[in-house]
Design a protein around this ligand. Structure first.
Ligand SMILES: [Zn+2]
Length: 276
């Protein structure tokens, strides 16, 4: 599933390719990805508008239109938002495209989703505020300090890994970057959140921010179907220290990394020697 860095990369790529362009044609070949709007209403509200910007909020891409509506795309497992020349869409892209917007520049904005578990919504500003208002802290915003994370952790007895992956507490940190941040901070992922000291919370905050920033800088990690807005894979997978490295040597202490699914049913990889 794309996490914050992948969605940030997609949103920036889409912005660079389509901001300022007008949507001339709207097609919804697979309307089951739509939420909160019918295909007919979607087409009517979107056609003829100009794209003001594309940005990330949590794990969503928010494309704001000049009629104040926003397209809200949540790629989830296999979704990709491609901004490319219409002639460059492959047969694979076309087959799995659920929503297709034709722009005045000759580009298209295509939401492609093989399993169609992702969603596309259209929201007015009020609904947008309500929808995102329920979510947790943005880890790359200034307010996300060590003290803030310490307060969030202190309110839960759940394993620290589960808490930092909880979208109602901190947004955008999924399984890959939770594993990485906990490894960097030297914290055992199964520890009860309310037993994490303020100093450890501060280290963990720094590790979360660093791992997300580095992943954005390398265009995200390529896991399964993730592609950026121009259809390219990300490079961060090569730098992962914990995720996907079960039974390999810890880069910090040389001990063998351990894999467990006992914390949250997901793959957790950690070093029992230097994460405590
Ligand atoms: Zn180690």
């Amino acid at each position: 599933m794309p996490e914050l860095p992948e969605v940030e990369t997609i949103a920036r790529g889409v912005h660079a390719a389509v901001a300022g362009r007008t949507i001339e044609a709207v097609g919804v070949p697979r309307p089951d990805v739509l939420r909160e709007v019918t295909a007919r209403t979607f087409a009517k509200r979107v056609r003829g508008t100009t794209i003001l910007e594309s940005r990330r909020r949590a794990k969503h891409i928010v494309v704001t239109l000049d009629n104040s509506d926003s397209l809200v795309v949540q790629p989830r497992f296999t979704g990709a938002l491609l901004a490319t020349r219409g002639s460059e869409l492959t047969d694979y892209d076309r087959h799995y495209t659920a929503v297709l917007l034709g722009l005045d520049s000759g580009y298209v904005l295509a939401y492609r989703d093989v399993r169609r578990l992702g969603t596309v919504s259209l929201m007015n500003p009020e609904r947008l505020g309500e929808y995102f208002g329920e979510l947790g802290d943005e880890p790359l915003e200034e307010g996300f300090t060590g003290a803030r994370l310490s307060a969030i952790l202190g309110a839960s007895r759940q394993p620290v890994k589960k808490v930092i992956m909880d979208q109602y507490k901190v947004v955008g940190v999924g399984n890959i970057y939770a594993n990485e941040a906990l490894w960097r901070a030297g914290i055992d992922p199964s520890r009860a959140a309310d037993r994490i000291t303020p100093g450890e919370a501060s280290d963990l905050r720094d590790a979360i921010v660093a791992v997300l920033d580095e992943a954005i800088a390398s265009g995200g990690s390529s896991i399964r179907d993730y592609r950026n807005a121009t259809g390219e894979a990300g490079a961060f997978s090569e730098f992962l220290c914990a995720y996907g490295r079960a039974d390999e040597e810890c880069y910090r202490c040389g001990a063998k990394l351990i894999e467990t699914h006992a914390i949250d049913g997901r793959q957790t990889v950690f070093c029992s020697h230097c994460q405590s």
